[in-house]
Design a protein around this ligand. Structure first.
Ligand code: GRG
Length: 298
């Protein structure tokens, strides 16, 4: 009987990050205005775990296609994510000074440029999928474009952010908190997983299992983010730590305590992994990525 080798997540992440960093660095074709390019690159090429692009590449591979086909979409996901971080940090939103270990975009370039750099990244994301994804059948690109638009827009990030802002200073129910997390954070993680599979032409059965996996890791990811806000320092996080407590934000640890929050995240990761049980060794990277969500320290 063949013995399954332990999966080397660190080297997997490293190899995928190199691929994603190289693709992001060459994705920017804009020459003028140089000030806009500088502001876009400042945040896009500032590191980050690159989890969303890696999830996309991993699900494309699980569905049996060359992950290179999904690389433009992987870049698009990181562009939407970076845009959301830039806008989230603005004074009108979360008002933060530190992101990915450096001053936030508006601190460097001013609020107007930060808004515009985010807008430009969002638009370029759609160009990457629809116009710069050679070799992928157009109907698959249409499906990914639609899913990405929904994840970024009112049914996803924007809707979650609206409820999050409206909840500031209030003690919200666990149900509302879950709504915020599933929309503000979960929606983009879900489309990250689903899009790679769609590009590969996955069966409906695999897409459904991946959706189940993604829904669970999405919520777990934000619960861990809430826990880290309380337990890690700013230098490790690369963003201001302890902010949720100071701003009296409703979070999982605030509503349930740290131990129960960790338990919830653990249960979600277990369900996520169970959703992929029928896909064998090919699912190893996604299973290891699910574990990475709970063991990460930033
Ligand atoms: C304008 C379409 C549009 C949307 C903007 C601002 C906004 C609406 C939504 C906010 C979304 C947001 C910032 C959610 C937080 C998600 C989160 C946990 C981010 C941290 O992600 P990591 O840890 O960060 O993957 P790195 O830096 O590693 O990439």
């Amino acid at each position: 009987m063949a013995v399954q080798q332990p999966f080397e997540l660190e080297s997997y992440l490293q190899a995928k990050r190199v691929q994603v960093e190289a693709a992001l660095a060459t994705a920017m074709e804009l020459e003028e205005p140089a000030s806009l390019r500088k502001a876009m690159e400042y945040s896009l090429l500032a590191g980050g775990k690159r989890l969303r692009p890696i999830l996309c590449l991993a699900s494309c591979e699980l569905a049996g296609a060359d992950p290179q086909l999904a690389l433009p979409t992987a870049c698009a996901l990181e562009m939407v994510h970076t845009m959301s971080l830039i806008h989230d940090d603005l004074p009108a939103m979360d008002d933060d000074d530190l992101r990915r270990g450096r001053p936030t975009n508006h601190k460097m370039f001013g609020e107007a440029m930060a808004i515009l750099a985010g807008d430009a990244l969002l638009c370029q994301a759609f160009e990457m999928v629809a116009g710069r994804s050679p070799g992928v059948p157009p109907q698959r690109l249409l499906a990914v474009t639609t899913a990405l638009a929904r994840a970024a827009g009112a049914p996803g990030l924007v809707g979650g952010q609206v409820v999050d802002l409206a909840s500031e200073g209030k003690r919200v129910s666990l149900e509302t908190l879950e709504f915020i997390h599933r929309h503000k954070t979960g929606a983009l993680l879900e489309v990250s997983v689903i899009s790679g599979a769609i590009i590969a032409g996955a069966t409906e059965e695999l897409v459904a299992d991946l959706r189940h996996y993604a829904g669970n890791i999405g919520l777990a990811f934000q619960i861990i983010d809430d826990i880290l806000d309380q337990t890690a320092d700013s230098a490790t996080l690369g963003k201001t730590a302890g902010k949720d407590l100071r701003t009296e934000k409703s979070t999982y640890p605030a509503l349930l305590g740290l131990a129960a929050s960790r338990q919830s995240a653990g249960e979600l990761i277990k369900s996520a992994k169970a959703a992929l049980s029928q896909w064998g060794e090919a699912a190893q990277p996604l299973l290891a990525l699910a574990d990475f969500i709970t063991i990460r320290n930033h």
